[in-house]
Design a protein around this ligand. Structure first.
Ligand code: ADP
Ligand code: MG
Length: 255
């Protein structure tokens, strides 16, 4: 694995850039013809920032996240995560890289139903070949407000609690970046607030980096920055926007 530094010719990435997308294009070939899901996205997700990715349904938000996380390969353009060009990695190296540098939070939680809460949170460490410390897991659970729940199974928890388990799981291996796709999409308002507060706090207090896809302006307002996608293009950005400013920008773009 190569790590690019500021001294590499032609590259200006630095340690403070968690994810750098440069001219990222993704074209899907389907039976109905070609779909240009991303049309040349250039954006830097700086370290220790919480960024929301917004845009109408079908604008390319999930594709952007998938390409940034190396779950999908761009048709054109480059993706650097923590200085590493994902295109230079084979599938095995990509998997190793994902396990060591990325965390994931999904709308549907994606917890393993047969495992306890403890073992779900410990899983990324086990997959990375690290023996999970019992105290570390219990501390991670306490940080998401789930002390005493380590022996339960996911089905015995509410949606909001399950999502908080998945956040503990995403953060346990101290990843360089956490990707979250509609993490509050299935939650009620109170649970959403708890989850978003937790994500924001993990950035402000522990220096994590989060890229979160959402179509909800209230959810996006918990982020430091919002980027707006439309039809596969980056069409706007907002720093420290309120929910109503973000909503106004959305309706502007949809016009
Ligand atoms: P969003 O998350 O913003 O709703 P997506 O990134 O899921 O948008 O999709 C962007 C566009 O790419 C849409 O037109 C979608 O239908 C298309 N698309 C996404 N994934 C695939 C795929 N695997 N095969 C073909 N088309 C796809
Ligand atoms: Mg999506």
């Amino acid at each position: 694995m190569t790590t690019l530094t500021a001294s590499d010719p032609g590259r200006t990435t630095t340690r403070t850039d968690a994810v750098v997308l440069d001219g990222v294009t993704k074209t899907y070939a389907s039976k109905a013809g070609k779909v240009d899901a991303l049309r040349g996205i250039t954006h830097t997700f700086a370290a220790s920032t919480f960024t929301a990715v917004m845009g109408p349904s079908g604008s390319g938000k999930s594709t952007l996240l998938q390409c940034a996380a190396g779950l999908d390969r761009p048709t054109k353009g480059t993706v650097l995560v923590a200085g590493t060009d994902l295109a230079k990695l084979n599938e095995v190296e990509l998997t190793t890289m994902r396990r060591s540098t990325m965390g994931f939070v999904f709308q549907s939680y994606n917890l393993l139903p047969a495992l306890t809460v403890f073992d779900n949170v410990a899983l990324p460490l086990r997959l990375a070949g690290v023996r999970p410390g019992r105290r570390d897991i219990l501390t991670a659970l306490a940080e998401v407000g789930l002390e005493g729940h380590q022996g339960r199974r996911p089905a015995e928890l509410s949606g909001g609690q399950q999502q908080r388990v998945s956040i503990a799981r995403a953060l346990i291996a101290r990843p360089q970046v956490v990707f979250a796709d509609e993490p509050t999409g299935a939650l009620d308002r109170t649970s959403s607030h708890q989850v978003l507060e937790l994500l924001r706090r993990s950035v402000d207090e522990q220096g994590h980096t989060i890229a979160m896809v959402t179509h909800d302006p209230v959810a996006a307002s918990y982020a430091h920055a919002v980027i707006f996608l439309e039809d596969g293009r980056l069409v706007g950005q907002l720093q420290h926007g309120t929910a109503s400013q973000i909503a106004a920008m959305m309706s502007e773009l949809e016009r």
